[in-house]
Design a binder for this molecule. Sequence first.
Ligand code: ZN
Length: 501
Amino acid sequence: MGKNLERLRQRLAQIYDINAAANLLEWDQQTYMPPGGADERAYQLATLRRLAHELLVSDETGEALEAARQEVADPDSDSDEARLVWRTGHEYEKSRKVPGEWVSEFNRTTSLAHATWQEARAEADFGRFAPALRNVVELRRQYVSFFAPYDHPYDPLLDDFELGMKTAQVQAVFDALRPRQVALVKAIAEHGSAVQDDFLHQPFDEGKQWQFGLEIAQRLGYDLQRGRQDRSAHPFTTSFGLGDVRITTRLDPNDLTVGLFATLHEAGHAMYEQGISPSLARSPLADGASLGVHESQSRLWENLVGRSRPFWQAFYPRLQEYFPEQLGEVDLERFYRAINKVQPSFIRVEADEATYNLHIMLRFELEQALVAGDLAVADLPLAWNEKMQDYLGLTPPDDAKGVLQDVHWSAGLLGYFPTYALGNLVAAQLWARMAGDIPDLEAQIAAGELSPLLGWMREHVHRHGAKFAPAELVRRVTGNDLTPEPYLDYLQSKFGAIYGL
Ligand code: ZN
């Protein structure tokens, strides 16, 4: 590696270290920190994030980047060096456009908005959250203006999470998806045979739930020598380096599926990061390609694997050993149908596979309207409820089960939601490709053999880290651009069979 590239790498490694330390503080905040730590922790996090931002946008980084660029022999090649300069260049140029004052103001406003949102949600009182949300939306509109000109005001937001993706592309994909997903949900409601899942909702010992979840996560390939699991209110994955990738879960003493599928989901995220090539450590490339690609990994293990019949052929007997009283008399087929029950519901995170993306489309449309200035914050609950009725045929009983349910807007995360739906599509597209490469994939899974699957992901997706933009990665691995067809085929064949359509 040339001298200038080395200089750039050292600088980026320092930025990485500061962010990793901040991640650790955040992990602690959500797992073990006593409530009294909140105020000072907010300052500590703000200080570290600001330091990382200042290091990144400094003239020294700009000079190091420029000098390193001269040293890269072929900037279009797939080499770690060329890719590092490309990804860093994008982050550097984007961050340089954002004034430091805006960064502090945004952090302060969202930290206050988050606390207000928690109170408002607890009391199902949108009016209480509205002024804080107005501030957040205003700041986000300002943020967008730093990147003018753009095709669509939503583009700069989307790009933060899904590098290179345009609003129009997401819109086109969703337009193709929506009518067929709505038709499927309607067909299930009108003609589907009944699915009974009452046995999932009864007391399940939390200690055993915990143990079973961890056992399964390790069978998938989650390495506890380089990870661990703890409890938190909202499950998440975080990393402090490639050798320490942690997950959290939550347990419901009366619902087996809450903790189990959260663990499978987060283990999917974590295995992605554990699989990144060590050559990319302590650099901006030691990360997923995008949030959408990250979500493709979590949703793949949670749903395409974790809610499949072959998977439970392998692991259901073990689950019955853990819970003989609750599941001893329930056969595999009934269990499989129960964990795949389709039922339009109010809450996104509890939605089944057939309805999930509809929750995302609703948020995508409302966010675009907010950012474009076409929808006032005060009118948001009404707009939300109208779209819920359109897409899912439901009207929330109150705003806690409606417009106040998600944490994202209070944290200023506009442009984030589409990545969840994109993750579902990418997962199905990768799966179709993998099934071509591993012809006996289902038989392997039914035998409890998951290493061929993980090996394929490691080789084609994980090891590259953030070397490729998401669209480029999908094209490289599958030979096609992102398309909803594999996902729609998957839904149709799975739920058509379950519901006898
Ligand atoms: Zn996720």
